[in-house]
Design a protein around this ligand. Structure first.
Ligand SMILES: C[S@@+](CC[C@H](N)C(=O)[O-])C[C@H]1O[C@@H](n2cnc3c(N)ncnc32)[C@H](O)[C@@H]1O
Length: 356
């Protein structure tokens, strides 16, 4: 079990960002941008929650589609390699991705799905899972599902929910955990690290330490698996619009130290190139909406709600990006070409992936 999280000022405000993310997703689901049959148990009084403006719904849609696409490709490549894969979601909040994969066609490709967040969030999530027959049933037989850490952790054969403060030195948090539970994550399996709107709340030093620790953990294996990582978050916060975003969040006691090193989209892949990844790339949500979403989908969502201001939408989407990187493992020799092809693909088929 992880050591108890350190109390820090401002954490309550950071934890509240989970409700924002969940309510934005709920709004996009209710307005038919997205389908998510598992979101309701994680939201109090979902029928009373107000819809978000079209601009937010579109942003939520673009981000979800892009992340789903990268995760789906990862599962497919692992399947082609003939190895089950592992996914670790940092700052997972109320995310439902595990259940969406578990009920999808690639469920068999997943050997472990680990979610990490503050203990307040994981306790709430564990409770919501236990209360929902539908969510619980997908974890396996009841006797194989256990709560731990005074209700803040949940374990099942594939899905694990664990409390931690990600700012702790990983050698003190992940080191002892993986030493005590060596089957939790195997460094020889293809593993995807998901950072969906979480690193931005931490200092760059803390997030580098986290990525570096996982890179070393995999590199230390005799036959290391491919390591992939995806980061979704705000960047480009030095322009006038970015400053407004920063000030709005400051008024809610939330700061974004993690965005500081990334003023441009070109600066984003350095997060992975500095950790010896083999490939890394980044796209803004604006670019993704323009060239990486199928035209039929764009047409479909255009029918859902009236959006007056395309310029305003593009301005918002220019301040969010998805960055991804791959570090090829020592065991992936024959499959390097496939794994290096993991990345967002334009709807005209062009791959956006830059070798470092
Ligand atoms: C904006 S929410 C995103 C939730 C989810 N990943 C999503 O995209 O829907 C940020 C999440 O990161 C978690 N988080 C932020 N800093 C953290 C830290 N230092 N340790 C653990 N969790 C953290 C918050 O509690 C929250 O659940």
């Amino acid at each position: 079990m992880f050591p108890p999280p350190r109390r820090q000022d401002g954490d309550a405000a950071i934890r509240l960002t989970d409700s924002d993310a969940a309510l934005a997703r709920l709004s996009a689901v209710k307005k038919h941008y997205l389908t998510d049959p598992f979101i309701l148990p994680f939201i109090a009084r979902p029928h009373l929650q107000p819809h978000r403006p079209p601009l937010i719904n579109i942003g939520t849609y673009v981000r979800s589609e892009a992340l789903d696409d990268l995760v789906d490709q990862w599962l497919t490549l692992a399947d082609q390699e003939g190895k089950p894969c592992q996914i670790v979601s940092f700052g997972a909040g109320s995310d439902t991705r595990f259940w969406r994969i578990a009920t999808g066609p690639k469920s068999k490709c997943l050997s472990k799905y680990v979610e990490l967040d503050f203990s307040e969030i994981t306790t709430k999530k564990a409770m919501a899972i236990r209360k929902s027959k539908e969510l619980s049933a997908l974890l396996g037989r009841p006797e194989d599902v256990t709560l731990g850490g005074g209700g803040s952790a949940l374990h099942s054969p594939v899905y694990h929910l664990l409390p931690t403060d990600l700012r702790l030195p990983p050698s003190q948090s992940f080191g002892p955990l993986l030493a005590a539970a060596p089957t939790l994550l195997s460094p020889s399996l293809p593993t995807l690290l998901l950072f969906e709107c979480v690193l931005v709340y931490m200092t760059p030093a803390c997030s580098s330490a986290l990525i570096q620790w996982f890179t070393d953990y995999f590199a230390g294996a005799t036959e290391s698996g491919v390591l992939g990582a995806v980061v979704y978050e705000m960047f480009n916060l030095r322009d006038a619009f970015g400053k407004v975003m920063v000030n709005n969040l400051k008024a809610r006691n939330v700061t974004l130290p993690g965005a500081e090193p990334y003023p441009t989209v070109a600066s984003l892949p350095s997060r992975f190139s500095s950790e010896d990844f083999d490939y890394a790339s980044a796209l803004t949500l604006r670019e993704i909406r323009r060239a990486y979403i199928a035209p039929s989908e764009l047409e479909r969502i255009a029918q859902l709600e009236m959006l007056d201001e395309i310029e305003e939408l593009e301005l918002v989407l220019e301040h969010y990006a998805i960055t991804w990187g791959v570090k090829l493992g020592s065991g992936a020799d024959g499959l390097k070409a496939s794994w290096s092809g993991w990345g967002m693909k334009q709807k005209n088929g062009e791959l956006r992936n830059l070798a470092i």
